[in-house]
Design a binder for this molecule. Structure first.
Ligand code: F6P
Length: 565
């Protein structure tokens, strides 16, 4: 095998003429100055915007010329991004290491769509589950579904982790303004007992519904928390009395009213003791981090109601259709994916900040961390060979303006290039009162000010003109040329949330396709799980664990000493 070829016989990405052209272009461009790009082209702002659904995307503040974008699109064409996209939408098994189709797009397809996996149209099953969820959600919301003692459900606790937590938790937070405020909805993920304790300590078991969300129903954190939640429920309903045989069977009946499961694994759900009639199904072609628009979104649907949930799915679908059909020149996920490749592969940027100027999106970056980093945190290509180019970035961020008073200093004046997405909305939610409505303009003034400051900075001449003493001029200079994308919409609605998430899903897809990695497996999480299982008896029983390294062994001994064992 020649080293400039992949093991699958294709030219290695970094040996393609398109990659070389980009590398040469980058060298020729040198230090791009955004001031110069804007001075040279008065139409740059207007010419560098795109629209998808309700999202207005401004990418004028990027270190790119028309030539850069053209070369990036050629790279995408050479990597056959759209070929892989079509294979995904078709239901081909593009998750090759797990031999699975990747069909989160089917979760939001309209009722009459036809999408086949192994010759079977999956859309009717998707809608059957959505209908079952809607029926259940309505019964909980109306009070028709009651707890074991006949009391109305007032609290919903979702127990899940990773994709079975981050998606619904993020979306619940994002759509809080659309939720039934009489319901308390909480999310428990951490195997640290403190999480479940804090989520339940002020709740009445008789009014609490647990939703156990786990694709596999084998995830140790979730099963452990679910088991503890069951004890909490039964103890609470029993008034702490010890459980006799009679109480035990009453316990089963109680579990049936207070526990439902979201899973692909009916066998394990039944084994846990949840009636599979109370299970909401999804399928192996839904990746965990792509799943909150499946049954995994039940807690969200209960909170916002089925109609709002459907609006969200329609928002997803709108962007799916855009990604599937828009030409490369106006395809927003393609653009965002390629911009990330430009910085990661040709400017050596290591991270990507996502900075929503909406308190409701406080969990958005955490959600994207799994979506992006679990998808594209890979170093082996689809051909089984080590890749020789950077893959997924470190994704991070918190809502503005909080970050401005913490880490923006480093973005403005540090030594690292950190491309950032600024996400903002023209209108706050209507339920915010008079003064809070007015605060929105201040929030957004910061939003616009930051991208301007990052792009154009402040020259030493401008600093001097303010009378700043010479010894402080360098300190008060802002170099600028920090690239940002601005994503602006009128309001954060369920549809807009769906649009935003689909946009990032497909951006991640584009990048994985170019880098020639499988964005849909996650083997990198396995080793830690296996080792944790092995180490646990060393902590609890002081068992001799074969293969424990000297450092970990010493730490375990220290732990036992501190724990008084
Ligand atoms: O360990 C990682 C992971 O498999 C994620 O991909 C997934 O979202 C999470 O664990 C939870 O998995 P499950 O839904 O099967 O409990």
């Amino acid at each position: 095998m020649k080293s400039d070829m992949n093991a699958d016989g294709r030219t290695r990405l970094d040996q393609t003429p398109e990659w070389t052209a980009l590398a040469e272009h980058r060298a020729k461009l040198g230090e791009v100055r955004l001031r110069e790009l804007f001075d040279a082209d008065p139409g740059r702002a207007a010419g560098h915007t795109m629209r998808v659904g309700d999202l207005h995307i401004d990418y004028s503040k990027h270190l790119v010329t028309g030539e850069t974008l053209r070369l990036l699109r050629e790279l995408a064409a050479a990597a056959d991004v759209f070929g892989l996209r079509d294979a995904m939408f078709r239901g081909d098994k593009i998750n090759t290491t797990e031999d699975r189709a990747v069909l989160h797009t089917a979760l939001r397809a309209p009722r009459d769509a036809v999408i086949e996996v192994d010759g079977e149209n999956v859309v009717p099953a998707v809608h059957a589950v959505l209908d079952k969820m809607a029926d259940f959600a309505e019964r909980v919301r109306s009070g028709a579904w009651t707890g074991h003692t006949g009391r109305r459900i007032r609290n919903v606790v979702n127990i899940g982790i990773g994709g079975s937590d981050l998606g619904p938790a993020m979306a619940y937070e994002a759509l809080r303004g659309y939720t039934d405020r009489d319901l308390t909805v909480r999310f428990v993920s951490n195997v640290d007992g403190a999480d479940l304790h804090e989520a339940t300590r002020d709740l009445d078991p008789a009014e609490t519904l647990f939703i156990i969300a786990s694709k596999t129903f084998t995830t140790i954190e979730t099963i452990t928390n679910a088991t503890s939640a069951r004890s909490w429920l039964l103890d609470g309903l029993n008034g702490g009395a010890s459980r006799s045989g009679e109480a035990e069977s009453a316990g089963q009946a109680a579990v049936a009213r207070h526990f439902v499961a979201l899973s692909t694994n009916a066998g394990k759900v039944a084994e846990f003791g949840i009636d599979t009639a109370n299970m909401f199904e999804f399928w192996d072609w839904v990746g965990g981090r792509y799943s909150f628009d499946s049954a995994i979104g039940l807690s969200l649907m209960i909170a916002v109601g089925p109609d709002r949930f459907r609006e969200m799915l329609d928002g997803f679908h709108l962007v799916d259709e855009h990604f599937r059909t828009a030409p490369p020149e106006s395809n927003v996920p393609l653009l965002l994916g390629l911009l990330g490749i430009w910085y990661g592969n040709f400017h050596d940027a290591q991270s990507h900040a996502v900075l929503p100027y909406s308190h409701y999106l406080s969990k958005f970056a955490a959600y994207l961390q799994q979506l992006d980093m679990e998808s594209n945190g890979k170093s082996v290509g689809r051909d089984g060979e080590e890749v020789r180019w950077q893959t997924g970035p470190v994704v991070w961020g918190t809502p503005g303006t909080n970050g401005q008073h913490a880490y923006y200093q480093l973005i403005h004046q540090g030594t690292k290039l950190i491309p950032a997405d600024f996400i903002g909305f023209a209108e706050p939610l209507p339920e915010l009162g008079g003064e809070l409505q007015a605060q929105h303009d201040l929030l957004m003034a910061n939003f616009f000010a930051q991208t301007q400051a990052l792009a154009f900075g402040k020259t030493p001449q401008e600093v001097r003109a303010e009378g700043v003493p010479e010894e402080l001029v360098a300190h008060k200079t802002f170099k600028g040329d920090h690239p940002t994308t601005t994503i602006l919409a009128r309001r954060l609605t369920p549809s807009v949330l769906g649009q935003l998430v689909a946009l990032y899903e497909h951006k991640v897809f584009v990048q994985g396709a170019v880098w020639n990695i499988d964005s849909f497996d996650q083997w990198g999480v396995e080793l830690g799980k296996v080792l944790a299982k092995r180490v646990e008896p060393a902590l609890t029983e002081g068992a001799e664990v074969p293969g424990l390294d000297a450092s970990t062994k010493a730490l375990v001994a220290k732990y036992r000493e501190l724990r008084g064992r």
